[in-house]
Design a protein around this ligand. Sequence first.
Ligand SMILES: [Zn+2]
Length: 138
Amino acid sequence: MLKIRKKALDRILEQAEKDYPYETCGLLLGKVQGELRIALGAYETPNANPDRKNDRYEIDPKDYMRAEDKAREFGLEIVGVYHSHPDHPDRPSEFDRDRAFEGFSYIIVSVREGRWVSYRSWELVGDKFVEEPVEVFG
Ligand SMILES: [Zn+2]
């Protein structure tokens, strides 16, 4: 299950609209408490996919390391990844599943005509993505 601070979620949704019609992406910084991931901040990373930014995203390992440093500065860690699906539902694609890791939350935001319409969070269990409950706080 994912708990996310409202401010972080708002940033993600704004970012998803700003980057439309391309996929936006970034990392969730927070804490893990057993089965619960608590996201306190959203760290924007540029979509590093060279030629399919409209339906694929890629996080440069350098940006990943920068986010990790930032998290550490605040005593946090990376607890998940977020990205948007322009003009597509908030369900993970096969491509998303192939690149996912267990133990992370994956927020997907569906954006249509430049406005976000829905979001859901997913976690990888075995080789399947399972939707997880999201609680917004703060
Ligand atoms: Zn995707």
